[in-house]
Design a protein around this ligand. Structure first.
Ligand code: SF4
Length: 264
């Protein structure tokens, strides 16, 4: 049994209205991940339409995966969802992915970053940007292709993290060869879905809103598997997601007003 909710969100790029089906009974957190990502993608589409109407173009194309060398952060619910997704793949596909993840782990360990990634994922309190930025830069400097990347295309496209869906650029694609040094212009993101899911999970489990680096996400989800089996009423999970979305959108309106020199 599902219940249908009509959702309306005012975003800086326009009004998002959509219908969402949520199971009426108790559900695990992973059940709310797809609809949450969908809302994020619909908000992102409004931004795409806005920049196109302003005469800009989105440079991202299939087969262009320069950004798939960055350290992608996942919320805990997304890490659990990714583990479920990989777990239901045919054995040969799953083995291939797990082998590639193992190769990535070996390389990251050799470079001395593996323990730092785990420290971020297991931190007892939110990790400040001053600590995250050097780690992100050190990881990106290695240009390690994402273990889920195949022939410069995402092999888990329908299950890819929200952070991957949110990164679109309007600057020329060649600038993405060095996302740190070049003046890359990303599409504005008014609600970060990984942060929203992280906050929901933090409040449900009374834990810090953690972000888990993609290369260690399956191992992290395995270690915390018991937590992933907890359930909550579907409508209550949706309420928490929407509540956090409204907060992000309110902040996005304020930020854009300030950036344009107008008071909110
Ligand atoms: S999950 Fe897919 S889209 Fe995200 S970094 Fe990896 S290959 Fe790229």
């Amino acid at each position: 049994m599902v219940e249908r909710f009509e959702v309306a969100l005012n975003t800086p790029a326009g009004r998002l209205t959509t219908a969402i089906d949520v199971p009426t009974g108790f559900i695990p957190i992973t059940a709310i991940v797809p609809v949450t990502r969908r809302l994020g993608e619909e908000a992102s589409q409004l931004e795409v339409q806005r920049v196109i109407a302003a005469g800009q173009t989105i440079s991202c194309r299939m087969g262009c995966a320069a950004c798939c060398r960055m350290l992608v952060p996942l919320s805990a619910p997304e890490a659990f969802a990714l583990r479920e997704y990989v777990g239901q793949l045919p054995t040969d596909r799953r083995t291939l992915l797990l082998n590639r993840l193992g190769d990535t782990k070996d390389r990251v360990k050799r470079e001395g970053l593996w323990d730092r990634l785990n420290d971020v994922a297991e931190a007892a309190r939110p990790v400040p940007d001053e600590q995250l930025d050097p780690l992100n830069r050190a990881y990106y400097a290695l240009r390690i292709p994402c273990p889920y990347l195949e022939n410069e295309m995402c092999s888990i496209y329908e299950a890819r993290p929200a952070a991957c869906r949110e990164l679109l650029v309007t600057s020329p694609a060649e600038l993405c060869q060095d996302l740190v040094q070049n003046p890359v212009t990303p599409l504005p993101v008014s609600m970060r879905i990984s942060s929203i899911l992280g906050l929901v999970w933090g409040s449900l489990t009374n834990s810090p809103p953690r972000l888990i680096p993609l290369p260690i996400a399956l191992e992290w989800a395995e270690r915390h598997e018991a937590e992933s089996r907890r359930t909550w009423p579907g409508s209550s999970l949706l309420d928490q997601v929407l509540d956090n979305m409204w907060r992000f959108l309110s902040q996005a309106f304020t930020n854009r007003s300030r950036a344009s020199g107008k008071e909110p």
